[in-house]
Design a protein around this ligand. Structure first.
Ligand code: SF4
Length: 71
């Protein structure tokens, strides 16, 4: 497992956005930890048409906190 910091894909609203309620994603956001080999879609409007795949420790300036979106 890899520890996640704010700003990384695993804690971003757009990581796996089309299946955001999935148990594994909820767990990742709660624990701030994710498997090293996980890859998922980035749903950011500027990336979605490119089918960008990212790992939980990737990141970009389009980061939006999933935690803040839920609050
Ligand atoms: S690439 Fe950027 S927008 Fe997409 S999930 Fe990662 S941080 Fe979020």
């Amino acid at each position: 497992m890899q520890h996640l910091e704010e700003g990384q894909c695993g804690l971003c609203l757009h990581f796996g956005e089309d299946h955001a309620g999935e148990h594994q994603l909820v767990q990742i956001r709660q624990a701030h930890e994710a498997p090293e080999d996980l890859i998922d879609d980035c749903g950011h409007p500027r990336h979605a048409s490119l089918n960008l795949k990212v790992t939980p420790i990737s990141g970009c300036d389009g980061f939006e906190s999933a935690a803040e979106a839920q609050a």
